[in-house]
Design a protein around this ligand. Structure first.
Ligand code: DX5
Ligand code: ZN
Length: 217
């Protein structure tokens, strides 16, 4: 299974965001993971559509936008217009997940759903047909640099078999505390897309390619 790496720009140098996007593009990133936080669904505030719009011209790579916001429906279109290629919503942040996913698909982009650590896979059992990506949070969302939660390995394996049963390709993405060691564990459990912030960004950007390569294993 080919493993994709999605560096999370939450850990990038926001004073040089355009340069950072170029650097991870050239370093071999498959997706650019954009962590959007509203200070309500999660205890942090980050990136609005205007920032996504401003970095869009810096790369042709997939913009993988993770919306940790509630309500989420009113904001989806603005992130799509700003350049999102994948829009991932939290199952816990909408009352009508099936309708929200259908709305994302109607805008012509890929639809993802994310589960926080306490959420069981049963939450998404009846919307698998609408999914292009499933994102397992392996930390409690809100900040980069947190420790990986091993409890999520079982969830990754359960989801891998649910995806296999659909007979379709659905990205199985893991987000939080990913480093070379935990990357190995989540890949073994069935993940094929890894989000990494602090394990990629920081220090000398000439190191980014080697760090991304190390995560791929
Ligand atoms: C956490 C974010 C993660 C985070 C990952 O709430 O959703 O994407 O940026 O950062 P690291 O890889 O440093 O745990
Ligand atoms: Zn994320």
């Amino acid at each position: 299974m080919a493993v994709k790496i999605a560096p999370s720009i939450l850990s990038a140098d926001f004073a040089r965001l355009g340069e950072e996007i170029k650097a991870i593009d050239e370093a071999g990133a498959d997706y650019i993971h954009v962590d959007v936080m509203d200070g309500h669904f999660v205890p942090n505030l980050t990136i609005g559509p205007v920032v996504v719009k401003s970095i869009r011209p810096y790369t042709k790579k997939v913009f993988d936008v993770h919306l940790m916001i509630e309500p989420v429906d009113p904001f989806i279109e603005s992130y799509v217009k700003a350049g999102a290629d994948i829009v991932t919503v939290h199952a816990e942040a909408t009352k009508h997940l099936d309708r929200t996913l259908a709305h994302i698909k109607s805008l012509g982009v890929k639809a993802g759903v994310s589960l926080v650590p306490h959420s069981p896979v049963s939450l998404i059992e009846y919307v698998m047909d609408k999914l292009d990506l499933i994102l397992v949070m392996s930390v409690n969302p809100g900040f980069g640099g947190q420790a990986f939660l091993p409890s999520q390995l079982k969830k990754i394996t359960e989801l891998r078999s649910m995806i296999t049963a659909t007979g379709r390709h659905i990205d199985l993405q893991v987000d939080g505390g990913i480093n070379p060691e935990t990357a190995r564990q989540v890949i073994a459990a069935g993940a094929d897309v890894l989000v990494a912030g602090s394990a990629v960004f920081g220090g000398d950007s000439r190191e980014y390619a080697a760090r991304i390569k190390q995560l791929r294993g």
